[in-house]
Design a protein around this ligand. Structure first.
Ligand SMILES: [Fe+2]
Length: 232
């Protein structure tokens, strides 16, 4: 029998080769922006700039060039999915740093305000020791019985949980310095515990799609923000 994989989630990955001196400067800037805070505010939760007034990192000179490069990759992601970018405007909505100190996590969530999300890693060796990015499918269709693939003592031929492949309940992605990943913003994700002895540094980006300026699109696509009418 052949089993075919249908409806794949589009995970984009680009490995950049950043200058170590540039990364060192960016780490220094993030630590300065974080200041005395180290949790969110729960000490078990990583510090994230979006909750601490640091949501426009792309405007900082230490990051503007990097974010410009990352935005080009976001556009390439849209191309690869088959969108006609002449009929879309891609906006960077916000960009913020995330710092996981040892043992800290980011709980499961998604970004309902955005359409396309990205994460750029400033450090990480690819081992996952500093905390993998965990991605969940919107629905676990192949487990057949709802909850079977994540419950206790599931009836699997492998020991210790569902096997990789059709019944895999999530995918873990290991941080690596210079890696940029992109995924639909509706995708649930989390950051697993940092088991390293050093901080885990990343930058999150939220992109939004609208119609191009001056173009009237159908109701599913918002008009360009310059046509929005502020009421308050
Ligand atoms: Fe997130």
């Amino acid at each position: 029998m052949q089993i075919e994989g249908l409806f794949p989630l589009a995970l984009g990955q680009v490995q950049l080769r950043p200058d170590p001196l540039v990364i060192a400067r960016q780490l220094q800037v993030i630590l300065e922006l974080r200041g005395a805070a180290d949790g969110n505010p729960d000490p078990a939760c990583a510090w994230t700039g979006d909750l601490n007034g640091i949501g426009q990192l792309h405007r900082h000179p230490a990051f503007s060039g990097l974010v410009d490069e990352l935005s080009h990759h976001a556009a390439a992601y849209l191309d690869a999915l088959g969108f006609d970018r002449s009929r879309l405007a891609l906006h960077l909505q916000r960009c913020w740093p995330v710092v996981s100190e040892p043992r800290q996590v980011v709980g499961r969530h998604h970004h309902p305000n955005a359409h396309l999300s990205g994460v750029y890693y400033l450090n990480g060796d690819g081992s996952g020791r500093s905390g993998c990015l965990r991605l969940w499918p919107s629905r676990q269709v192949n487990e057949l019985v709802p909850g079977l693939a994540v419950g206790h003592d599931g009836p699997f031929r492998s020991n210790g949980g569902p096997p990789a492949g059709w019944l895999q309940p999530w995918v873990d992605l290991a941080p690596r310095a210079g890696l940029f990943v992109l995924f639909p913003s509706s995708t649930d994700h989390a950051v697993m515990p940092n088991d390293d002895e050093e901080g885990r540094f990343s930058i999150s980006l939220d992109f939004a799609l609208t119609a191009p300026a001056g173009v009237t699109a159908a109701e599913y696509l918002a008009p360009h923000p310059q046509e929005w009418f502020p009421l308050a």
